[in-house]
Design a protein around this ligand. Structure first.
Ligand code: AMP
Ligand code: ZN
Length: 486
């Protein structure tokens, strides 16, 4: 029988209790986690991507701690209105009009684009990726259960959830009933009993046919936005599960309403731990197309950045702090990433070149301590900035010893293996790059020229390679190359 993986102690900040808590799954060592996915009516912007990177960090850290994760993410391909107050148009239909395509084509195109972004950022694919339009039956079932229990009422434009029927409505956001009544929304749906009541099912407007609509016991129409996440999460993860996440903008409305409708329907607690990622600002402002500060991942790639530099930038700020994105900060992240990779390659070469095994107990002890601290930082509510500072102290220590030719093989091997392990979370190490045959030939020719002292020719070839995006460095172990066009 394979040995059981040891479980490390993990603490996470729970939005529901407003406290950092030791994390313990509800069942054994398997963590059931749901993350709200994209509304696929347009490209994801880098703020959205920050949210998915935070969730990937969470999943990978939970796995690093020794748990198994069952991760469900939805794709909102219907029912997310342009306003949170149940007014406005369905975003999918807006996308369809904008691009003169069908809503189904829009959903398909932007889902693919989202999945490509996830892949480029090394975000793990969820265990289950589910589309709202494939789960209309489950949503109707849930609304029917709420209707039977007396939580719903019908208006001209849809079926609504009565939020005053729940004693603890708003507990996630710390919303107080008095404030809720006083703070009625401007865009109120006519006839709504309370400002916080929300649509479970919207009717297709009389006389017009929507592209996406379904028959229901209440009339033809489409689901409200929140119901999909309750229906799909409970279908795949059970009525009570461990973790649910999203961006902070989801606390007050979307997640609050998910809790209300799920707990009203089942009479059970919906989720144990809620985690929320802070927002990303761009140049200190909210991202908006009108401000010209609106970036997609492809925009950064077009500027010559590696998507992993963006991943690194996001992970270098704590997920509960706002992150101010600037191109200068991205440039810095790119340089740091290069330095980490350069060090890693030098380390690999030095390990290969070391002839005998040596062990400097003091250095090894310091490295082990720093790596244990790094783990503790990550397991302490995903404190990535502190974790990275421990990694840099390891790198500085070993780098200095390598420069002074004093590095012992045990310390180098330990650092190498630990970097590889922790790369499972950060994804900062580049895959070994490959050279084309013609590029390899040029490098061999340059080496030949250098060996016979023809430095004019070797410099010429070096210049040629540079123009092709390949930098050559001569080291004691021979020439080393790296690609600059990344
Ligand atoms: P949406 O497609 O609007 O549901 O958003 C997808 C995810 O991105 C959600 O988890 C949002 O909370 C999150 N999000 C939206 N804007 C930002 C932002 N500027 N910074 C960080 N997360 C964001
Ligand atoms: Zn959701």
């Amino acid at each position: 029988m394979p040995a059981k993986k040891a479980i490390m102690k993990l603490s996470l900040y729970n939005t529901l209790t407003r406290k950092k808590e030791f994390f313990k799954p509800l069942k054994g060592n398997e963590v059931r986690m749901y993350t709200c996915g994209p509304t696929v009516y347009d490209y994801a912007h880098i703020g959205n991507l920050r949210a998915y990177l935070f969730e990937d960090l969470l999943r990978r850290t939970i796995e690093h701690a020794g748990f198994k994760v069952m991760h469900v993410m939805n794709i909102t391909d219907v029912g997310h209105l342009t306003s949170d107050a149940d007014t406005g148009e369905d975003k999918m239909e807006v996308g369809a009009k904008r691009e003169n395509k069908t809503a189904w084509q829009i959903a398909d195109f932007y889902t693919k684009s989202f999945l490509q972004d996830m892949e480029r950022l090394h975000i793990k694919h969820p265990s289950i990726l589910c589309k709202a339009t494939d789960h209309i039956k489950e949503m109707i079932g849930l609304i029917s259960a709420l209707e039977k229990k007396g939580y719903t009422y019908a208006l001209k434009d849809g079926i609504y959830f009565n939020t005053t029927r729940l004693k603890d409505y708003g507990k996630l956001a710390g919303l107080r009933k008095e404030d809720l009544k006083a703070g009625a929304r401007v865009e109120m749906v006519q006839g709504k009993k309370n400002p916080t009541d929300f649509a479970l099912w919207k009717f297709s407007p009389a006389g017009s046919k929507r592209q996406m609509e379904w028959k229901s016991p209440w009339g033809t129409g489409f689901p409200g936005w929140h119901i999909e996440c309750s229906a799909m999460s409970m279908k795949y993860l059970g009525t009570t599960f461990d973790i649910h996440c999203g961006g902070v903008d989801h606390i007050a409305v979307h997640h609050t309403n998910e809790i209300a409708q799920s707990e009203a329907a089942t009479g059970k607690k919906f989720v144990s731990v809620w985690l929320h990622g802070e927002f990303m600002l761009v140049d200190g402002k909210k991202m908006a197309k009108s401000l010209g500060n609106f970036y997609k991942l492809q925009d950064l790639v077009d500027k010559g950045f590696d998507p992993l530099a963006f991943r690194y930038l996001c992970l270098s700020t704590h997920y509960r702090s706002q992150l101010n994105f600037t191109l200068e900060a991205l440039e810095k992240a790119r340089n740091t990433l290069r330095n980490i990779n350069d060090f890693y390659l030098r380390l690999k070469d030095a390990i290969k070149a070391s002839k005998k095994s040596t062990k400097d107990k003091k250095t090894l002890g310091k490295l082990k301590k720093a790596s244990a601290e790094l783990d503790s930082c990550l397991l302490d509510d995903l404190n990535t900035p502190e974790a990275l500072s421990r990694l840099f102290s390891m790198i500085h220590l070993v780098n200095k010893m390598m420069e002074e030719k004093k590095a012992d093989s045990a310390s180098m091997k330990f650092t190498h293996d630990y970097m590889l392990k922790i790369n499972g979370i950060f994804q900062f190490l580049r895959k070994t790059e490959k050279l084309a045959e013609a590029e390899k030939k040029l490098i061999r020719e340059r080496e030949k020229a250098r060996k016979i002292g023809d430095y004019k020719k070797s410099d010429e070839i070096r210049g040629k390679l540079k123009k092709m995006g390949i930098i050559i460095e001569d080291t004691s172990q021979g020439p080393r190359w790296k690609k600059t066009k990344k």
